[in-house]
Design a protein around this ligand. Sequence first.
Ligand code: ATP
Ligand code: MN
Length: 478
Amino acid sequence: MFNKRTKIREIISKQESQTGITVMGWVRSFRNNQFIALNDGSTNTNIQVVATLGNFPDELIKRITTSASLRVYGDLVPSLGKGQALELVATEIEILGDSDAEKYPLQPKKHSLEFLREIAHLRFRTNTFGAIFRIRHSLAFAVHKFYNERGFVYLHTPIITASDAEGAGEMFRVSTLPLENPPRDEDGKIDFKEDFFGKATNLTVSGQLEGELGATAFGEIYTFGPTFRAENSNTARHLAEFWMIEPEMAFCDLEDNMNLAESFIKYIINYAMEHNMEDLLFLDQRLAEEEKQLPTEKRSEMGLIDKLKFVSENNFERITYTEAIDILFNSPAYKKKKFQYEVKWGIDMQSEHERYLVEKHFKKPVIVTNYPKDIKAFYMRQNDDGKTVAAMDILAPGIGEIVGGSQREERLDRLTQRMHEMHISEEELWWYLDTRRYGTVPHAGFGLGFERMVLFVTGMTNIRDVIAFPRTPKSAEF
Ligand code: ATP
Ligand code: MN
């Protein structure tokens, strides 16, 4: 067996001397032809490997360059040097893979995040991205743990769909028709009957409609998968391909929905704080350094870890849309004409409005409920006022919208009436409407954008830095 190694994370956590262990990893630096900082990706902490002078041939020493991969066998002993408690005194060093240090794109200096995006195939090897992606992993694991502990069924909803009724965003077409000269019908329109699926299909923008089918049989389900939106908005919070978690619960109203969303967010934050403190401390310091460059009024009031603790320990603020508009309307920002976009009842709040509520007014996450029906989807439950629907969005400091959800319209007549008003075909969604025909129940659910959650927990500011290989307009490298 080749891989009989100890991970550096384990060595660091045990802090015990040990004879005859094997470590494998990549060279981060090599000092005085003697001290190798080796990293294996299990932690940002390197192990110091000592290649005692004279014990190894010169040809081998020359090949110990930045990012070369090594297998080292030796004894773990208390270190004489500063900076580490233990070091690995090597008796055997094998070069697994050479690395031309002059050509290697990651030089031992600070690179900008923009540059690192161009070499996203190597950026995992930096401390910043090591920390981000170990935290991302933990958050994903915590998502499954949270729902599994509560008896939710993990439902895999399709990625290719034919329903374009949801209206959550622009879609990517999936087709095998020839781009030049596609088949056409009598009216000259492209004939999708000839296409692979016999109808026009797209990449999914949300698994919710299928999720409701699961919830009305299993009671509680969740999805966790990729979703696609051809939004041409080049923002720091939108991707064309992102991951979404969508729980859907039968026998559940808007308040139950909010309670679940709030405890879910707190749970996964706490999981990261329990399991990734070293990486969070690293990112906390990184953020503090970054913010030193900003003018005082632009700096965050709390460090990263304090912010996470604060959010996990305090209740989210809950207000209605109408109250939110009143707050904005009466705000000093409005009076001083600081908002670029109009404020009045009926608007789809812009990011500047959401950020004002969360960052300036309440200074904590805010759940906004009961939005005007005209800015929300057809399936949201209609309130008795005839104007609003039982929707809820969660807004997070520094991010804006992180969750969008609602109680669903379970009354068949109300639902079809709304579909009619919004020109949504009942025939196409016959299967969806069947849930309302056969044993309909009050039910609710939401979607949490996973990358926005990772942004929040890591304190990063651009969504391209928290997904391994971002897909955005004009960019699909790697
Ligand atoms: P926004 O107004 O920010 O575009 P939305 O109203 O389109 O969001 P929903 O359709 O409610 O969002 O989707 C649910 C969640 O998915 C959002 O709350 C957000 O966290 C996330 N999300 C939506 N669009 C994107 C995107 N393009 N990239 C990354 N995450 C997204
Ligand atoms: Mn959107």
